[in-house]
Design a protein around this ligand. Structure first.
Ligand code: SAH
Length: 199
């Protein structure tokens, strides 16, 4: 196998390992979450479409690319070493994903909702940024574009996540403001969305 083809496969396997790691990290929280009652849900058509977009960009297209030759026409070629920073970004993304799940616990949900015993989390990694899970997904999309060198399966992930992020984040903060009022307003003053404040 030529060196290029070998590293291409290594990078694809790294991407798959990242997917499995995130599923394993999320599974126990997802199970526990179902035990507490949902008191407010903002799930609507827009939310449904956004989640579909995330699935499409982060899972469906990458898996299609890895297991079929159908998207090969949209390949781009970076120097072979470019996948290694991709591995670094992916590991950073998974570590931040893990840490934010530990901190957010059962307050986590895939859609916009509030649970019966919802608490405002401002500790751990949430002490520095309000959206560490989304920050981890930004890191992931950079990794994706470096590991899967394809306009649809790689860069497509950035486009899908950007659409998700920019439509979701303001609505989520609005929900938090409605529920936690000044507590969240003060928290917003102390923190950045995905990068810590420089003060
Ligand atoms: N945006 C956050 C959380 C994503 S999960 C992040 O990127 O880490 C989405 C759910 O988390 C939302 O439905 C909202 O109810 C809840 N949430 C967001 N920020 C929260 C916080 N600081 N404390 C508690 N729940 C929060």
């Amino acid at each position: 196998m030529p060196e290029n083809a070998l590293s291409e496969w290594i990078f694809r396997i790294v991407y798959l390992t990242g997917i499995v790691a995130e599923i394993v990290i999320r599974a126990p929280i997802n199970r526990r979450r179902h035990k507490s009652k949902v008191v407010v849900s903002r799930f609507d058509r827009q939310e449904g479409l956004l989640l579909l977009l995330l699935f499409f960009g982060g899972y469906f297209m990458p898996l299609l690319y890895i297991f079929t030759p159908w998207l090969d026409f949209a390949d781009y070629v970076l120097p072979t070493w470019a996948g290694w920073p991709g591995v670094f970004f992916l590991v950073a993304a998974v570590v931040l994903f893990w840490r934010s799940h530990i901190d957010l616990g059962t307050n986590w949900s895939p859609t916009l909702e509030l649970h019966e015993n919802h608490t405002l989390v401002t500790r751990g990694v949430y002490r520095y940024i309000r959206h560490p899970m989304y920050a981890s997904q930004w890191l992931w999309t950079v990794a994706q574009a470096l590991l899967l060198q394809n306009w649809i399966a790689g860069v497509g992930g950035i486009v899908c996540f950007a659409l998700f992020y920019f439509s979701r984040v303001a609505r989520e903060e609005q929900l938090m403001l409605e529920r936690f009022g000044d507590e969240y307003r003060n928290y917003m003053n102390r923190t950045g969305r995905i990068l810590p404040h420089r003060s």
